[in-house]
Design a protein. Structure first.
Length: 242
C-alpha cells in the first residue's frame, strides 16, 4: 500500500520536550482540520510529488512522483540517517490518516508520531509500534473544526490510547487571545487521563507575539492540576531550519 508523502528530510526537532534531537522527518499529505496557524498548509491536499533531501541537513532537494511504496520510503530514510539521528518523525498533514501504511512500514528506527489526535481508532491500530507520541489538543479559538466538542473527545481518546504503550506528551498552541477558560478544555482532559503526561504550551509563531505574562498565567493555571507543565516555542524557527 503506497502513501502520499510531501517531503522527507533530516533536521532537528524544534517542538516539545524533544527539541534539539536530530530526526528524519517523513511528512504525510492530507489533513482533516484547517487550523488558522498551520505552518504546512501545502500538506492539506495531495500534490502528486514529494521533495527528498539530497544529503542529511543539506537543505537541497530533488522531486519524485507520489504515491511512494514502503521500500522507496525506507531507502530514502536509510540514506538520510546519521550517527546523531534518533527517530523517524511521522508528521504531516495528519499521519494517522495513513495508519494502514504505517503498520506495514516495518523499519528498525524508533517512530516519533506527531498527530492532531483526531483518529482514535487509527491510533489504536499502530500504538504498539510508536515509541514517542506528540499529541495536539486544539482550543476553540483555533477554529480548526465546526465540531469542537467532537474533536476534543477524539483527541482525549487518542491520547489515552497512545499513553498506554508510547511515551506520550500533549502540545497546545497558545494564541494571544487564549484564556484560562479555553485552556481548561485541554487541562481538564489531560487530568482525566494522567496528570503526569507532559503538557507543553507552544506560543504561536506569528507577527502577534504571545505576552510572557499570559504564558505565566496559563502555566500556573495548568500547574494547579498537572504535574509537568512547560512552555516551549518552535525552536527550529529560531534556527531557520525546516
Amino acid at each position: 500500500m503506497p502513501a502520499y508523502i510531501n517531503e522527507i528530510f533530516n533536521s532537528i526537532q524544534g517542538e516539545g520536550p524533544y527539541a534539539g534531537i536530530r530526526q528524519v522527518f517523513v511528512r504525510f499529505e492530507q489533513c482533516q482540520l484547517h487550523c488558522g496557524y498551520c505552518d504546512t498548509p501545502q500538506t492539506r491536499s495531495i500534490s502528486g510529488s514529494c521533495r527528498i533531501e539530497t544529503e542529511p541537513g543539506s537543505g537541497r532537494f530533488f522531486t519524485v512522483k507520489t504515491p511512494l511504496d514502503r521500500e522507496e520510503i525506507y531507502d530514502f530514510i536509510r540514506k538520510l540517517w546519521t550517527s546523531s539521528t534518533k527517530h523517524v518523525s511521522l508528521t504531516g498533514g495528519e499521519p494517522l490518516l495513513n495508519s494502514d501504511f504505517i503498520k506495514k512500514l516495518d523499519i528498525e528506527y524508533p517512530l516519533y508520531l506527531e498527530t492532531n489526535a483526531g483518529f482514535p481508532e487509527k491510533a489504536r491500530e499502530i500504538k504498539d509500534i510508536i515509541s514517542i507520541a506528540s499529541c495536539d489538543i486544539k482550543l476553540p479559538e483555533h477554529r480548526c473544526t465546526q465540531d469542537y466538542p467532537g474533536l476534543l473527545k477524539k483527541e482525549l481518546e487518542t491520547i489515552s490510547i497512545l499513553n498506554e504503550t508510547a511515551e506520550t506528551f500533549v502540545k497546545v498552541i497558545i494564541l494571544p487571545q487564549t484564556t484560562t477558560e479555553s485552556l481548561s478544555f485541554a487541562v481538564d482532559g489531560v487530568e482525566s487521563i494522567d496528570i503526569n503526561i507532559p503538557f507543553i504550551l507552544q506560543p504561536v509563531t506569528s507577527d502577534k507575539k504571545v505576552p510572557s505574562s499570559l504564558l505565566f498565567e496559563l502555566m500556573d493555571f495548568a500547574g494547579e492540576k498537572l504535574k509537568d507543565v512547560r512552555a516551549i516555542p518552535q525552536t527550529h524557527k529560531m534556527m531557520n531550519l525546516l
